[in-house]
Write a protein that binds this ligand. Structure first.
Ligand SMILES: [Zn+2]
Ligand SMILES: [Zn+2]
Length: 589
């Protein structure tokens, strides 16, 4: 429930004066207010007369406040300040074609304002989905203390005290201290509390305001998407799990099975040493607020917003956006899967088909991939090739992935534990991180991890170890590519595939071409902790895909790389069930 602060009109004169004087400080500082989209010269020429009046009133107030009757002058001051404040403190709306806009509010809090509250207004245009502010001020060494809050047009939205320099309020999530929900357009105010400032001290504050129009993580202001770790690396994570926000369960204090708090899921990921997890509750968006709270504490585990869009025709993971997606695939509300997938793309999410070969019906409601209308696979990013425990239990989804690849559909193979029991011991199949999806990314941030998945720079560590690697590359002519990439090779060209494997001694590596073993001779036993196997191949100029896999002595898969795509640009429309060996390249490179 939001609490409403008194408006300026209903506040007592002391409160009102405290609220208005800093407005004037902002207004009277020639370069104090920098508003995106409005140049200084434009504002000065348009509102010069107002500036003059305001400055005159301010000087008059300062010089003669001991000589005039305080009440009369104060009234005059109030009127002029309100007019000036409205005229100057409203930033121009951001350009409608911009995913976000930002501006800076600067001003001064003075010793005379000790133990008061100050409001700094700014405009929030229609269509805004998130307001983010950062706050800094000077004179802390003089024991100046300024608290931070935020008011929307209806009342108090945030009050943080003095321990949070950044506040964000979105449709689905907000900084602890703030309330998520609809963002009404109109005049918002940064609310500065002044518990202490010494007489004669002037503290200069700077407020950066970011307005975001989409829930896509990639569109967040930089302050909300800074990498947890800089620099490119292989990052290990889990892309599929459930918490109390859908059907994740765990025993309560007294042993009853109850909806399991999200904290335990993140804690399990941290204990496993994962770098990232996507929390993918069924069709829910309520988990994002709790993730916002937990991320600063779990600053070694990136929390990716996701959800499992659960329909009667199959389950699809949406990753990377908090925007609401209507999941009601009933032929009317959402007419078909393609509409659903386009909705995801429109809000910046990537998508993957979950456990496509699972049974459907009363055994598992809508679990298998059974779309009732043709699906444009180009709209999808990936497929869950290994669902927690499915490979071990003979329900592997690898054949489905192979089938899509053979159709010419380039889908990144990923894994997901689909964990519903966050307290499950981590050495059990299907626990958090079993399987682990390992992504080569530019850094540990949601946009970079999603880019890595889009690029197919991924392998699946089925057992969820902390150290196994499967790095696949290919060289042909002047080209050198990694798993997930494409390589062109005309008929007769030589290509050399290479697979580096670590921490998998005792396993065997094999190469797969278009879903079939290349040859028995290509199966190689791995005898050292860090070994590299190569496969020479002569191109026939046609389209192929090659993948490396590592299995243990018991034949169970340990590692699954994504394919390298050869001549993938040939007549590849990924429709129907055309054979993979499409018409070959007729000309040399
Ligand atoms: Zn599912
Ligand atoms: Zn699931």
């Amino acid at each position: 429930m939001k609490k409403t602060l008194p408006s300026s009109a209903s506040a007592n004169p002391g409160q009102l004066r405290s609220a208005i004087i800093p407005h004037l400080d902002v207004i009277l500082s020639d370069r104090a207010l920098s508003l995106h989209g409005v140049t200084e010269s434009e504002r000065e020429s348009k509102d010069l007369w107002l500036l003059f009046v305001s400055r005159w009133m301010h000087d008059l107030w300062t010089r003669s406040k001991k000589s005039f009757r305080r009440g009369a002058l104060f009234c005059l001051y109030v009127v002029a300040s309100l007019v000036a404040g409205v005229a100057y403190a409203q930033p121009a709306p951001p350009a409608t074609d911009s995913p976000g806009s930002d501006f800076v509010l600067q001003g001064v809090v003075r010793g005379s304002q000790n133990q008061s509250y100050v409001q700094i207004p700014f405009a929030v245009p229609v269509g805004t989905e998130r307001v983010t502010i950062t706050f800094s001020y000077t004179e802390k060494e003089q024991h100046t203390a300024l608290d931070l809050g935020l008011l929307d047009p209806a009342g108090l939205r945030c009050w943080s005290g003095g321990n949070k320099p950044t506040l964000t309020v979105g449709l689905m999530d907000a900084t602890p201290s703030c309330l998520p929900g609809a963002l009404p357009s109109g005049t918002w105010n940064v609310l500065i509390g002044v518990p202490n400032i010494r007489a004669g001290v002037e503290s200069h504050y700077t407020i950066h305001v970011y307005l975001t129009r989409t829930g896509a993580v990639a569109a967040l202001p930089p302050v909300l998407r800074e990498p947890l770790r800089a620099g490119p690396a292989w990052f290990r994570g889990d892309l599929h799990m459930h918490t109390s926000h859908s059907d994740g369960q765990c025993p309560s204090q007294t042993g009853k099975m109850v909806p399991c708090p999200l904290f335990f899921t993140v804690d399990a990921a941290a204990r496993r040493g994962l770098d990232f997890i996507a929390i993918t509750d069924h069709n829910a968006s309520s988990q994002y607020d709790e993730m916002r709270e937990l991320q600063p504490y779990f600053d070694k585990v990136l929390l990716i917003p996701g959800r499992e869009i659960t329909t009667f025709q199959g389950h699809i993971n949406f990753l990377g956006s908090t925007d609401f997606i209507d999941f009601r695939l009933d032929g009317r509300t959402v007419p078909d899967v393609n509409t659903l997938l386009r909705s995801a793309a429109a809000v910046g999410a990537i998508t993957s088909i979950n456990h496509p070969l699972s049974p459907s019906g009363e055994i598992c409601l809508g679990c298998g991939w059974t779309p009732s209308t043709p699906v444009d696979v180009h709209l999808l990013t990936g497929v869950e090739a290994v669902n927690g425990g499915s490979e071990q239990h003979g329900l592997s989804d690898l054949p489905f992935w192979n089938q899509q690849l053979n159709r010419g559909c380039r889908l990144t193979g990923i894994g997901g534990s689909d964990n519903h029991r966050p307290m499950q011991p981590l050495d059990q199949t299907g626990s958090i991180g079993s399987p682990t999806t390992v992504v080569y990314a530019a850094d540990l941030s949601t946009p970079a991890i999603l880019d890595g998945i889009r690029a197919g720079h991924v392998f699946i560590d089925v057992a969820g170890t902390h150290d196994r690697l499967l790095e696949v590359t290919a060289r042909g002519g002047s080209q050198s590519v990694n798993a997930g990439d494409m390589l062109n090779a005309a008929a007769g060209d030589q290509v050399e595939f290479s697979a580096r494997v670590t921490a998998a001694a005792g396993g065997t590596l094999r190469w797969i071409e278009d879903g079939q073993d290349v040859a028995p001779a290509a199966v190689a036993t791995i005898s050292t902790a860090d070994s590299t196997q190569t496969l020479p191949w002569t191109s026939d100029g046609r389209r192929h895909w090659f993948r490396a896999e590592v299995a243990g002595p018991d034949k169970k898969l340990w590692l699954i790389a994504n394919p390298i795509y050869i001549n993938w640009g040939i007549a590849n429309d990924c429709n129907g069930n055309q054979p993979v060996h499409a018409e070959g390249i007729k000309t040399a490179r």
